[in-house]
Ligand binder design. Sequence first.
Ligand code: PLP
Length: 380
Amino acid sequence: MKFETMTIHAGERPDRTFGAISVPIYQTSTFAFEDVGETRGYDYSRTANPTRKVLEDTIAQLEGGQAGFAFATGMAAEATVIHLLKAGDHIISGDDVYGGTYRLFQDVMGDCGLEFTLLRMDSRQKIEQAIKPNTKMLWVETPSNPLLNIVDIEMVVDIARKYNLLTVMDNTFATPYLLRPIEYGVDIVVHSTTKYLNGHCDVVSGAVVTTTDELTERIQFLLNALGTCASPFDCWLVLRGIETLPVRMKQHEENAAAVANYLVGHPAVKRVFYPGLISHPGYEIAKRQMKGFGGMVSFEFKQGVESVNSFLRRITVFALAESLGGGASLAEHPATMSHASMPEDSRQKGGITDGLIRLSIGLENIDDLIDDLGQALEPC
Ligand SMILES: *Cc1c(COP(=O)(O)O)cnc(C)c1O
């Protein structure tokens, strides 16, 4: 099956019982046994649930992996994956990862004895120099949030193989429609399906895709042991969202490219971050490893804080809100919103300045989006 067909037909569809085309919501905690010691494949919904199973099989197929797992949130997915490691292990990751990922690493797992080195993953030498005898994992996010930095996945996988490290990639921003990390040799893909995969700003959820028997078994064990799984209703919403992923991503990208080009020429704007701009440092790598450049655009004001507040108060089509990946366009201020959990010096070091705005470009008519940006930028 081709990608677009998989989004609609992957997993057990139509449903086995009555042929329902829309996957039924098995809103049940428990399942009757057929006989003593004999189930029909399900016994308790924390362990497995038929609605969740269709979503898990669908995401696994879309990513080209072995097995998929659906979680209550993206952070629940990440927290589960990080439990593959144990106290004393060392992880290398980007210095511009999602704020919640940073918080999980530094403020939670650090206290559990995991060690982290966060750096800009843009050179083989930098990554190799950070590798220690206890390094176990390379954790990659590309395009990164909010600066849309691009990491060369082939390079990361090459280093990981040389030093026998596990690679994890957060594929939330690109989605498997634009980037399939497993094809490059990544071991584990994680998602906040809250974003593009669901695509309607009406659910928080996450996913993991594995590539080997060992990882599949261990993630299934951890999901059940930690109880981080998604609810049947949320799985149903994400399944419904995924059916339109390809058409949505095309339109997000078309709109985002137009917004990026508009902002590049604007006198109030100092810099625009969009991997589809030839001026973007990751443009060549993004072009090589991705099928498109996605729907996120960030930009920096020349004037900093005053312009930020004025702009955020004036937007009307764009909503001032965190998150991304839905039909509605959103604008947010990483320094005080999505990345507020990152200490100031780490933020500055990572390039997340106080004058930075992140836009999630939605599916509205492009003229309305540009008009809104234009009037909001006018006094800046
Ligand atoms: C939102 C996000 C997460 C966390 O996901 P939740 O569903 O909010 O828990 C992780 N990684 C990235 C890149 C994200 O954008």
